[in-house]
Design a protein around this ligand. Structure first.
Ligand SMILES: NC(=O)c1ccc[n+]([C@@H]2O[C@H](COP(=O)([O-])OP(=O)(O)OC[C@H]3O[C@@H](n4cnc5c(N)ncnc54)[C@H](O)[C@@H]3O)[C@@H](O)[C@H]2O)c1
Ligand SMILES: [Zn+2]
Length: 400
């Protein structure tokens, strides 16, 4: 086995009600001025109160201007508000969009410049401001990940800053905060968690990863045994609980299961990596209005079919985790059943199945393929390698 490492948020608090410990968390980092980064929906729904209540006694400033799939302008506005306040602790409250905005605020306040200066792998020069992430969706795993994703509105593409310094100091995962999540957000973010786990579980082996171009310092490192364990459990949990969480938002066991699935998926992918599904979603997400989760969920089975031959045993295991395998038949028979299991789940929770349904036109596809192909750090993680721009275009066409 090749050597491997594993990284996470500095600490993780998990379970119903743990958000009430936020005051103690702030005290441990000796914080007096706390900048909470969130959005209007969560402020109106009183989810924000769950965070400000335990912070009483400290000076708290709230930026509630976050937007989904964070546009660059919104991040700039959050940074400006943060700079005017001068916090010693940043709290990101919300889905991936708000947590990533908070990461970028903590980054730019510490090191200056623009968010775009840090796009790519390992370009953050040192520690960012102390950061606590509190997810209110169950999906992205940003609370434990080394990524901050935003929409470069000038270049029309989703871009990602990846750095070990972007892992939050503390992740506070309280499933109760996701109870008010609307059906679509539950479905979209839930299938994102599944995508993270499947891409991590089927990632290239670590040794082989190192030999692949472009080389250089990187957060992602290919499959390792600990990430595999977490990805396997995340897939099992999504298969068991996502339909339930979408059908009934008040099903607390389902909310618990999905919160755990999302965090485990985040731990898995933030070490092993994500691959071709994410590379193909970024140009789509930059061009049309679709959530990251729905875009990934749409593309996932198409990419699984492309990768199938390179990862037969893993896909057979995924079928097993999703309760779709028959142990009396060989892996090669069970492997494609993982794709059917994902397609069934996708249909049951209402994720679109065709790019044309998102407003994508056929003329856009070659440009998408070029952009996806250029995201080398994600291509490097993909089990089938190298995926050519023509092959990627072929997958887009099938998904069209
Ligand atoms: N940093 C990472 O590691 C990482 C990983 C995957 C995805 N992402 C990014 O995360 C973003 C997507 O995040 P997301 O799927 O969590 O959704 P989101 O953060 O975009 O939120 C979607 C909507 O749901 C609402 N919402 C969230 N929680 C709610 C609640 N409890 N009750 C009511 N409404 C609620 C928000 O107000 C928002 O309008 C994308 O930009 C994606 O690229 C980041
Ligand atoms: Zn994702």
């Amino acid at each position: 086995m090749s050597p491997w490492t594993f990284h996470s948020a500095g600490s993780l608090l998990f379970g119903r009600g743990v958000v009430s410990q936020l005051g103690a968390v702030a005290d441990r980092s000796k914080a007096k001025k706390v900048f909470v980064v969130t959005d209007e929906t969560l402020a109106k729904a009183k989810v924000l109160d769950a965070v400000t209540e335990p912070l009483k006694g400290r000076t708290v400033e709230v930026f509630a201007g976050c937007r989904p799939e964070p546009p660059l302008e919104v991040i700039r506005a959050a940074v400006a508000a943060g700079r005017a306040f001068g916090p010693d602790l940043v709290v990101g409250l919300g889905g991936g969009s708000n947590m990533d905005t908070a990461k970028l605020v903590a980054l730019v306040l510490a090191h200056g410049g623009e968010p775009t200066d840090y796009v790519g792998d390992c370009r953050v020069p040192g520690p960012i401001l102390p950061l606590v992430c509190v997810p209110t969706t169950a999906g992205t795993g940003s609370e434990v990940s080394a990524a901050a994703v935003f929409t470069d509105t000038e270049k029309k593409i989703k871009v990602s800053c990846l750095s070990p310094y972007l892992r939050p100091a503390v992740a506070v995962v309280d499933p109760m905060l996701s109870v008010g999540c609307p059906k679509t957000v539950t479905a979209d973010s839930g299938i994102d968690a599944l995508t993270h786990a499947i891409e991590a579980f089927t990632a290239v082996d670590q040794g082989e990863f190192l030999a692949r171009p472009p080389g250089g310092e990187t957060v992602y490192q290919g499959k390792n045994p600990l990430a595999d364990l977490m990805a396997a459990e995340a897939i099992t949990l999504v298969a068991r609980y996502l339909r339930r969480a979408v059908a009934n938002g008040n099903d607390l066991d389902a909310r618990d299961g999905m919160a755990l699935a999302a965090t485990l998926g985040g731990l898995a992918f933030a070490n092993a990596g994500v691959a071709l599904v994410h590379a193909m979603e970024y140009p789509v997400g930059g061009a049309v209005h679709v959530s990251h989760g729905a875009g990934n969920g749409l593309l996932l089975p198409y990419v699984m079919r492309y990768n199938l031959t390179a990862r037969v045993r893993e896909f057979a295991n995924i079928a097993l985790f999703m309760d779709a395998a028959d142990l009396s038949v060989p892996d090669v028979v069970n492997a494609p059943r993982s794709i059917e299991a994902v397609e069934n789940l996708r249909a049951d929770i209402g994720i679109p199945t065709r790019l044309r349904d998102l407003g994508v036109t056929e003329e856009m596809l070659p440009g998408f393929a070029e952009k996806a192909f250029s995201i080398k750090r994600l291509m490097r993680v993909n089990p089938r390698f190298p995926a050519s721009a023509e092959e990627i275009l072929g997958i887009y066409r099938t998904a069209f």
